[in-house]
Design a protein around this ligand. Structure first.
Ligand code: AMP
Length: 207
């Protein structure tokens, strides 16, 4: 089992890599962006609280997102491991996460940072919107250049948390401006290097 956190700007390919890891390792994918988009689509109370911020590329209030993650981490089985994608984005969220993981007895194994230039992201986001349209799917309302700029600014704030994980020796940076398969290979190599003693991991996977 492995517990990962993926950090990267919008369009860096975190979702694609997370999907592959779910398929290969059976881990839980916890993407706050996906959960919020679902809630908005289903017009739930939570969705109504989050809609305006998501559509403008602003951060959804901490209490809303923290509540969402707490529910998921308690409901879903994390014994195969998990991937946090898009969470935490603020210091307050990072602090809440520490409490949740302590309670679950599930330490983080790796924090993977997706590195990619901003101009590449813009063309990726435009491409994703075009592909969705061509396939007859709804285009994400936050997939456009203006909102992307806002989301990139928000990402800048998120990166301030990285030193907290760096100090614990958990961070690895990955060049995300390469083929999807190459990024996957790199991530698999990172996962293969364990920070935890193997007996710990074995004991946990048997529990
Ligand atoms: P993402 O798909 O991770 O880029 O998230 C899409 C949008 O959902 C973001 O632009 C925010 O509006 C909102 N969002 C996702 N995760 C968080 C979070 N951890 N904290 C606050 N807002 C979030």
């Amino acid at each position: 089992m492995v517990n990962l956190m993926l950090i990267g700007p919008p369009g860096a390919g975190k979702g694609t890599q997370a999907e592959r890891l779910v398929r290969d390792l059976g881990v839980l994918h916890l993407s706050t962006g996906d959960l919020l988009r679902n809630a908005i689509q289903n017009d739930t109370t939570l969705g109504r609280k989050a809609k305006q911020a998501v559509e403008a590329g602003d951060l959804v209030p901490d209490d809303v997102v923290i509540g969402l993650v707490e529910t998921r981490l308690e409901q879903k089985h994390v014994d195969q491991g998990f991937i946090l994608d898009g969470f935490p984005r603020t210091q307050e969220q990072a602090a809440a996460l520490e409490v949740f993981l302590e309670r679950l007895g599930q330490p983080l194994d790796h924090v993977i940072i997706f590195e990619i230039p901003a101009d590449v992201l813009l063309s990726r986001v435009e491409h994703r919107a075009m592909q969705s349209k061509a396939a007859g799917h709804a285009v994400r309302s936050d997939d456009n250049a203006d909102v992307l700029r806002k989301r990139l600014q928000e990402y800048g704030a998120t990166t301030r948390m990285i030193p907290f994980y760096e100090k614990r020796g958990l961070v690895t940076r990955v060049d995300a401006n390469t083929a999807v398969d190459e990024v996957s290979t790199r991530i698999r190599a990172i996962i293969a290097t364990s920070h935890r003693p193997s007996h710990d991991r074995e004991a946990e996977s048997k529990e």
